[in-house]
Write a protein that binds this ligand. Sequence first.
Ligand SMILES: [Zn+2]
Length: 242
Amino acid sequence: MPKRSPVSIVLTCEHAGNQVPAPLRPLFMKAGDVLNSHRGWDPGALPLARRFAAHCGVPLASTTVSRLVVEPNRSLGHKRLFSEFMATLSPTARQELIDQYWTPHRSAVEELIAKTIGSGRTVIHLSVHTFTQHFGDEVRKTDIGLLYDPRRKTERTLCSLWRDELQQLQPAWLVRRNDPYKGSSDGFTTSLRKLFSADEYLGIELEVCQKFFLDSGAEWKRILKEIPVSFTAAVEQFAAGR
Ligand SMILES: [Zn+2]
């Protein structure tokens, strides 16, 4: 029988907050609404990611500076790495933002993953996000999105198991794969896939509709409690089935 490597969960939350460093605040003088909206951060992502951390017993790596300052889920050189609010900054000032807020998170997570793989384990990286229900004229119907690279069998298998677990918990939730975004688009998991093989590294993005957090009702409590449980159940099945 082939030897299976044990799995380790690595947990991140890239859009956990909408903080703006003091020197940059004048640039957002008239943009309070944007900063507080889904464009500034992922409302609800941090409390959900913390529940995952507690349930899985692993640390959480999060970034709480607004994505409108520098976007931790975009690659260097991507046209949306900086928002329009940063348009007047010099290249030097932009580089400082990268050095201060982008690189530390990306490097720390990358090093943790490399170290974990180096110790003979397979990493399951879960990046916790939320998405807005109303996007332009569109009303998104998806409740929960599981984003992954469909070319990677390991990610496909885990997300299929996770989706089944979620649907068993709550058949009314509309759980979709690679919706509202594609897991293979530019993002932290996509860049990590370039560094680590499909057997070493699984990069999954969870996207939960922000309507649950904004309602803050029974459904949100259920999400906080049950989504992490469904995840570890899927991970156990994945690990046992390899
Ligand atoms: Zn996000």
